[in-house]
Design a protein around this ligand. Structure first.
Ligand SMILES: Nc1ncnc2c1ncn2[C@@H]1O[C@H](COP(=O)(O)OP(=O)(O)OP(=O)(O)O)[C@@H](O)[C@H]1O
Ligand SMILES: [Mg+2]
Length: 297
């Protein structure tokens, strides 16, 4: 099968900063992939190279086995960048019509405005929109070519809760039609809920690649939270199965390798109450993957 995205040994340097360091990444048709990583990990640089906006210093980026610029000229790719690209004097409908006119084929503008939640704002000048509304205009412009691949760099930054939900509902519909989606985000819940696959970058490299469940499994164990006023933290740390102890006001948070053993000990040897046991989530994996890098550097 022809990969939709193929990055082979892609490298980008800015002076002495290696923003992207020999990155290999292959994304198949229909996959919905989240690109995660701390600030400066190289996510936007990677996206810019695969959209042909920045030339790699080494390696090659291909979309549908074509040079990115060619795939884009054929209308096979829709992209939403973090900023820029809007003409403030045009109305919402005009700018989306313009984007449509630049494509070899396009969807009906009214349908795209509806999809992006802009139907009521069609006549408003772009320069008068709020940040979140402008973000929706970028989304509409990414969809108008009816692309096979959609690339989004932090698409929901600046959107309120309801707009984020509406955005992802629309995206889910779009990807349901077999489109491939790659998005960078800092919202772990979005990666968890919407991506089939998470690619975690740090310092220009891929350090983890898998389903949300696989990424979470990189941090094993569970956490136990309990109300325990005046707890003796050292005594808790010595309980069987407990790795780490933190105090949170009247509560304690135990990170456990063996939560069953820890729970038994907690119930028999302390007056702990309101006990909650949770599997560690994507946020813990994110922190662990980010910290590992900090330690190695
Ligand atoms: N035009 C540029 N000139 C110089 N350095 C750059 C340039 N663009 C990016 N960098 C550097 O390259 C590294 C990767 O930046 P990039 O924007 O790709 O990170 P990111 O993962 O998108 O981060 P964020 O989560 O903050 O958006 C950073 O150290 C950044 O300072
Ligand atoms: Mg970025």
């Amino acid at each position: 099968m022809t990969p939709t995205i193929a990055l082979r040994g892609v490298t980008k340097r800015y002076g002495d900063v290696t923003a992207v360091d020999g990155l290999d990444l292959s994304i198949q048709p229909g996959e919905v992939v989240a690109l995660l990583g701390p600030n400066g990990a190289g996510k936007s640089t990677t996206i810019d190279m695969l959209l042909g906006l920045t030339r790699p210093d080494g390696g090659a980026a291909r979309l549908f086995e074509l040079p990115p610029v060619e795939a884009i000229a054929r209308g096979r790719v829709g992209a939403m960048l973090q900023s820029g690209g809007l003409l403030p004097d045009l109305s919402v409908a005009e700018i989306v019509e313009l984007a449509a006119a630049l494509q070899p084929k396009s969807r009906p503008v009214a349908q795209v405005l509806e999809r992006a939640g802009l139907a009521d704002l069609a006549k408003r000048r772009v320069g008068k929109l709020s940040g979140g509304q402008q973000q929706r205009v970028r989304f509409a412009m990414a969809l108008v070519a009816d692309p096979e691949l959609i690339v989004l760099d932090e698409p929901t930054t600046g959107l309120d809760v309801e707009a984020r939900r509406a955005f992802w509902a629309a995206m889910r519909d779009e990807s349901g039609h077999g489109r491939t989606v790659l998005f960078a985000t800092h919202y772990l819940d979005e990666a968890d809920a919407y991506a089939d696959r998470i690619v975690f970058m740090r310092a220009g490299r891929v350090v983890a690649d898998g389903t949300a469940a696989q990424i979470k499994a990189l941090v094993s164990g569970r956490t136990i939270r309990a109300t325990l006023p005046g707890a003796d933290l050292n005594a808790l740390a010595a309980l069987p199965g407990v790795d780490e102890v933190e105090s949170r006001g009247d509560a304690v948070l135990l990170t456990c390798r063996d939560s069953d053993a820890a729970l038994r000990a907690l119930l028999t040897s302390t007056p702990a109450r309101d006990i909650e046991v949770n599997a560690r989530g994507l946020e813990d994996a994110f922190v662990a993957l980010t910290m590992e890098g900090a330690a190695a550097q």
